[in-house]
Design a protein around this ligand. Structure first.
Ligand code: UTP
Length: 281
């Protein structure tokens, strides 16, 4: 499940018309990076949660016979291959969120599409730079423990107030049993240095928990609150994943991620080297 019905206010004015998930990172849009990670992690179906006006996101993931035909006629083989690849990554189902009532509400909007299954949930705002991908590491932990799994990242204490923070009851190597969650705690009150990142394995119990979760600030239903409620009935574990998640949900994060990936990419590194060479870095 990829909830992508948010407003993208941190990226205005770029996202006034264009969904932030369609902004390119190197040569492909953010949504494609997300779906490629999901597929590489074993997902065989994608449920996209969309708001009105964001249909182009689903269109990017579907075949485009007219464009393919044109590229074929013109002998643009590499481009044809790239377009076919993007349009055939996975089966895609669309669920709708009528109004931006929060991430928890967006997840609930996909309840029918998901059904009574344990599922992977990912926010496209971060790209995984990890082998195996972060989502796969979470699924491996789920296969070991059988519970919902959160992606945990150690952050310096003074930065924890930017994240959801997990309280830890028990540790087995890189696996930690979660006993509570607090959204953006002041550093002095944080119960751990573990931030909860935007990758999850969730059991279907999350839907009942979210139905009972009251809206918080701004009338939004928080996924964190739903997971907190789920803790009353079942165990939730977190995995301290290997590798990195790179922010593409803010202009500065997006820019830094593009620069970083470009430096390592055979097609783009010379362009970046030219800037570095003349830009007085
Ligand atoms: P964010 O908190 O990043 O919000 O949502 P946003 O709207 O995407 O971006 P900003 O903060 O205004 O710049 C985290 C994730 O939850 C989804 C978003 O699409 C994003 O992937 N979301 C959020 C929804 O699907 N629906 C909502 O009502 C809120």
């Amino acid at each position: 499940m990829i909830p992508a019905a948010g407003l993208g206010t941190r990226f205005l004015p770029a996202t006034k018309e264009l969904p932030k998930e369609l902004l390119p990172v190197l040569d492909r849009p953010v949504i494609q990076w997300a779906v490629e990670e999901a597929v590489a992690s074993g997902a065989d179906e994608i449920v996209l949660v969309l708001a009105e006006g964001k249909e182009a996101l689903a269109a990017h993931l579907r075949p485009d016979p007219a464009l393919e035909h044109l590229l074929e006629e013109r002998g643009k083989t590499a481009e044809l291959e790239a377009v076919r690849h993007a349009g055939n990554l996975s089966r895609v189902t669309v669920a709708r969120q009528a109004a931006p009532r929060g991430l928890g509400d967006a997840v609930l909007c996909a309840a029918n599409a998901v059904g009574d299954r344990t599922f992977l949930c990912m926010l496209a705002d971060d790209l995984s730079l990890a082998e195996p991908p972060v989502l796969r590491q979470l699924w491996n932990a789920h296969e070991e423990l059988g519970t919902s799994i959160l992606a945990l990242m150690r952050v310096p204490k003074e930065q924890i107030s930017r994240y959801g923070c997990a309280e830890i009851a028990e540790t087995r190597g890189k696996l930690h049993r979660v006993s509570g969650l607090v959204e953006k705690p002041p550093a002095a009150e944080a119960k751990s240095e573990f931030a909860v990142m935007g990758r999850y394995v969730l059991t279907p119990a999350i839907f009942a928990a979210l139905r009972e979760t009251q809206p918080g600030a701004l009338g939004e239903i928080q996924l964190t609150d739903g997971i907190g409620r789920m803790l009353e009935t079942e165990e939730v574990w977190g995995v301290e994943f290997d590798g990195e998640l790179l922010d593409v949900g803010t202009p500065s994060g997006w820019l830094a991620t593009n620069m970083r990936l470009a430096r390592e990419h055979p097609e783009f590194q010379s362009a970046v080297a030219a800037i570095d060479g003349t830009g007085g870095a």
